[in-house]
Design a binder for this molecule. Structure first.
Ligand code: ZN
Length: 161
């Protein structure tokens, strides 16, 4: 396994539509292992392959049990409700924005061996599914918010309340 460099906003790889994964081979397993290690090192809750420059439809999402879920060729098949909450991205370091997302999401995906499965998430996990899947179509969360805040600005706002 190896740490990979996380690309930042402005890199063209983050604006591309990723291709489906077709081969569930050792190369995919290396990619998923590297995504896991890179995500853990960055202390994030999700990471998509294009964020490390690989334009394939694969992401990792950390669920509410702190487990990493590998999603290959993921598709949202159900979404319900809505939630407004703060969102950030490892490719937009240090900046946060308020983004509206569904409160409950079900994803159909393949695992690293090509087996199909469905997984549902609420709240933060639902938000993470939406955020990571958008990366596969070249979108960033900043498109959903008018204003970005630094951590210091967020903390100042919380003190005011
Ligand atoms: Zn992101």
């Amino acid at each position: 396994m190896a740490l990979r460099k996380i690309l930042k906003q402005g890199d063209s790889a983050l604006e591309k539509v990723c291709r489906p994964v077709e081969k569930f081979d050792r190369k995919l397993h290396w990619l998923l292992d590297d995504l896991r290690e890179t995500l853990e090192e960055a202390d994030g809750v999700g990471l998509a392959a294009p964020q490390v420059g690989i334009l394939r439809r694969a992401v990792i999402v950390v669920d509410d049990q702190e487990q990493m879920i590998e999603l290959v060729n993921p598709v949202i098949i159900r979404q319900e409700g809505e939630q407004d909450g703060w969102e950030g991205c490892l490719s937009v370091p240090g900046m946060y924005g308020k983004v509206r997302r569904p409160s409950s999401v079900t994803v159909r995906a393949q695992d690293r061996n090509g087996n199909f499965f469905e997984v549902s998430g609420e709240d933060m996990v639902a938000r993470c599914f939406c955020h990571e899947l958008e990366h596969l179509d070249g979108h960033l969360f900043v498109e959903h918010t008018d204003k970005l805040y630094t951590v210091e600005e967020l903390e100042a706002m919380e003190e005011d309340n």
